[in-house]
Design a protein around this ligand. Structure first.
Ligand code: DX5
Ligand code: ZN
Length: 218
């Protein structure tokens, strides 16, 4: 399995202190920062877009922004997110008719490409062609749209199905993941762990990050 990567979701942070919160997470051992971009169409909420991500990339040297694009037209934002310093552009398979072309477009902009599936989307929605073209697959373990939801255990088998098909691919889980639920995800084969509430609500985020990592590395 590929290496463990912990990606704290800043959705659970104080947006008024976003740069400081990102730096704090990197000091506490986070490899990536998970940036939840919501457009009010693909999901009801609106969070942040390229202008805010640009401030973060300028203000936080060395940050790797794992951009989770919960947007209705993922083709539309590739250039802006690249210019804003995005390192990984993860779109939802439900939101595009031509995922392979979109992956090529993301790669042309020198970003890594991720493909996400929502809880009601089967793992088979990610074809072999799409998965091989992509750098990362994301299995949502809550319905996209907001943080702090309960982990949906029924999504875990999809991680195992994708790991069986793609032994070397990064597979991310996102939603309700914390020390109590990461074990199931890791056992199923996930190596990229997103956690918002579990990390930001803790007095000791470094310890939570370490628990998440050591569980994946077990
Ligand atoms: C949900 C977002 C998640 C969420 C995770 O739409 O994609 O990244 O912020 O937060 P927690 O870990 O609190 O469920
Ligand atoms: Zn997310």
């Amino acid at each position: 399995m590929p290496r463990a990567i912990i990606s704290p979701s800043v959705l659970a942070s104080d947006f008024g202190q976003l740069n400081a919160e990102c730096k704090r997470m990197m000091k506490n051992g986070a490899e990536w920062l998970h940036m939840d971009v919501m457009d009010g169409h693909f999901v009801p909420n609106i969070t942040m877009g390229a202008p805010i991500l640009s401030c973060v990339s300028k203000g936080v040297p060395g940050i790797f922004m794992d951009c989770h694009m919960m947007v209705a037209q993922p083709e539309k934002w590739v250039d802006d997110i690249c210019d804003a310093g995005g390192a990984l552009y993860c779109f939802h398979i439900e939101a595009t008719a031509d995922p392979v072309s979109l992956i090529h477009k993301i790669h042309e902009k020198k970003m890594k490409a991720g493909v996400a599936i929502s809880p009601d989307t089967p793992s088979t929605a990610i074809s072999d062609e799409v998965a091989h073209a992509a750098d990362m697959l994301l299995v949502m373990t809550v319905y996209p749209g907001r943080g702090g939801q309960k982990f949906l255990e029924r999504c875990v088998p999809k991680v195992a199905e994708l790991r069986a098909r793609f032994p070397d691919k990064d597979i991310e889980v996102d939603g309700g993941v914390g020390p109590n639920t990461v074990g199931m995800c890791a056992d199923a084969g996930s190596n990229v762990i997103v956690a918002g509430t579990a990390i930001f609500a803790s007095q000791d985020p470094g310890q939570v990050i370490e628990i998440l990592r050591s569980t994946v590395e077990l």
